[in-house]
Design a protein around this ligand. Structure first.
Ligand SMILES: [Zn+2]
Length: 235
């Protein structure tokens, strides 16, 4: 797969004043925001990356010059084929690293996202492939997110948020949304809301109130925001 290195001519870390990490992080953000709504507008990117809309705009103009995105001010942004390839490559490295850190190095599932966010920009293709070999070419990461293969192909499993289920419905936890932070993951782990768990909705309080959920045979009360981060598939 093409890597960002392939785009570079001069220095190994800079091109047009942009470094790898910034380019890869933006492409990754645009890719994941486009999963819910595309084209992606500047304010959503600014919110996701916690930067000012003005700096997003100038970044998008630079990415457009590199032919990594299509960008029009009042329309929004979409990834070009080249931009999408790089985004999927970074996502592959991130998710493989998360699984590797848990399986091989004994990290817990709430610790690995931050580590992977740094390492995803620096590991070589050789190391990436060795990790994939050692893990047996897994299709999912520890949070239930699909891992793209070397060609960028990725299994997508239709899922919906736990909050979309009706009272009495049973489902299986498929994945935790990527915006769940370590604290949230620890809490979800303590509730038993992890990929593979079976859940049944017992009661739902109105106005985005808490849900009572049977999680693997135990009755638990779960806040709305927490339940929203949990994606499920029919059991
Ligand atoms: Zn992650």
């Amino acid at each position: 797969m093409p890597r960002i290195d392939a785009l570079e001519t001069g220095s190994s870390t800079q091109r047009n004043g942009l470094n790898h990490q910034a380019i890869e992080d933006y492409l990754k953000t645009i890719y994941s925001l486009a999963e819910t709504e595309t084209p992606v507008n500047t304010s959503r990117i600014a919110e996701a990356r916690q930067v000012k809309p003005g700096s997003v705009t100038s970044m998008l103009q630079r990415l457009a010059k590199l032919n990594l995105v299509h960008y029009e001010k009042h329309y929004g942004v979409t990834l070009t084929d080249a931009g999408e390839k790089i985004a999927l490559e970074v996502i592959r490295r991130h998710r493989l690293l998360e699984l590797f850190l848990i399986e091989a190095l004994g990290f817990s599932w709430d610790e690995v996202h931050e580590q992977a966010d740094v390492l995803e920009h620096v590991i070589s293709e050789k190391l990436e492939e060795r990790i994939a070999d050692v893990l047996g070419h897994p299709a999912f990461d520890p949070h239930g997110d699909p891992i793209p293969d070397k060609d960028g192909a990725m299994l997508t499993i239709p899922s919906q948020s736990l909050t979309a289920l009706a009272v009495g419905e049973t489902a299986q936890v498929a994945r935790i949304t990527d915006d769940a932070n370590s604290e949230m993951l620890r809490y979800l782990g303590s509730l038993g809301l992890i990929p593979g768990s079976t859940v049944t909705i017992l009661t739902v309080a109105p106005f985005e109130g808490p849900l009572t959920i049977n999680i693997e045979g135990q009755e638990k009360i779960v806040g709305y925001a927490v339940a929203k981060a949990v994606l499920v598939t029919p059991a």
